[in-house]
Design a protein around this ligand. Sequence first.
Ligand SMILES: [Fe+2]
Length: 452
Amino acid sequence: MTDVLNDPASGSKPWFLRGNYAPVADELTVGDLQVTGSIPATLSGLYVRNGSNPRDGAAGHWFFGDGMVHGVRLEKGRAVWYRNRYVRTPKWEKNLDIMDPESMFDPSASAANTHVLAHAKRIWALEEGHFPWEISRELETMGCDDFGGKLTTAFTAHPKLCPETNELHFFGYSPVAPHLTYHVLDAKGDLVHSAPITVPKGTMMHDFMITRDHAIFMDLPVVFNLDLVARGLPPIGWDDEYGARIGIMPRFGTDADIRWFEVDPCYVFHPLNAFVDGDRVVCDVGRHASMWRNSMDDFEPSYLYRWTFDMKTGSVHEQQLDDWSHAFPRVDDRVVGLRHRYGWVAGPRPGGAGEMGDPGVVARYDLVTGTKEIHDFGPSSHPGEFVFIQDSDAAAEDEGWVMGFVYDSATDSSDLVILDASSPSSAPVARIHLPQRVPFGFHGSWIDDSVM
Ligand SMILES: [Fe+2]
């Protein structure tokens, strides 16, 4: 898919290869990082975030580059090290384009660039079209996982870890049948449930939701069309004819159990969370009015919406909760699938462009009071996704910290910044200065030593 527009030598690099979207060349290991402020002494673990870092400096889309994880180890108030490593998959080894048939149809040939999380004492780098790749706590690639041969579909980059059962609920989607399959890993990491689900066509299902009782699938009109490949185009785009449906099924359910609810056509990359409220299922999502209408560069901003599905009457209620756009919604991992009060997002500075790139602030939504509090990092600073870490297991939903990478274009450098979750607009608790800039990327996790 690499073409002249995407060739750095052409001097006309697309936006996702310029500035802090551009890849970094070096894999570093640097100890004892400089810190401004003080790192909470209770934090012992690894903050790690994944992103697209094309090995040869070129890619057909921001989403297509090779996965590179950036990690910072914290221990007893010290930033012990920073490391960044490619996830060494066959796609990386052979320098394949993600649209190359060898990458598309080899389930191990993942870009492994989208998310990184821990389950059952293992850490996986994930990308939604392939199997997961295990990495070590020092970010070295260990191997590809198919769960003893039981996994026969792709593994989403957005599985949901149930905080009550420690099951990991996930799904795989595909341009070819079966288009959608629901899976569950038990708390030990064994694949214990797989159920194909009937949908009209293969759609790009980037994320999904759970409640305490349900798995929730978003069948939205970004539809695969493999005929486009012959024209040299990505095989996917908006389809006005497809409609938009949300499928709600009991956990561990099968195709016969799912109920579909029509919603206004839209796209959702990322929900914030979902929960059960009596007979209703409530889903808070980042809703884009459309996505990739004419090309994969068409990108509508995302606004916080609440969908309410009445499981008794079948009614659907859609409500926009804010007119400020956002990216990277996250809740406290302890309330995934349960009623949440707070949501964390990145977004544009007041008056800034409502586009996906270059957020300037992190915000905490309070969905009980209907307010939000922002942390503005300043005109040259750009945060990515921020993740919440509780101060202790007994801590309330806002008692703890949020952390994420922040890039400063004035100094061309990045920090790992820690904010007090109970007072997000206050000055950062700590800024950990990194030895190189961290390109804008996707999703990450705090992996506490207590879970490894
Ligand atoms: Fe994502």
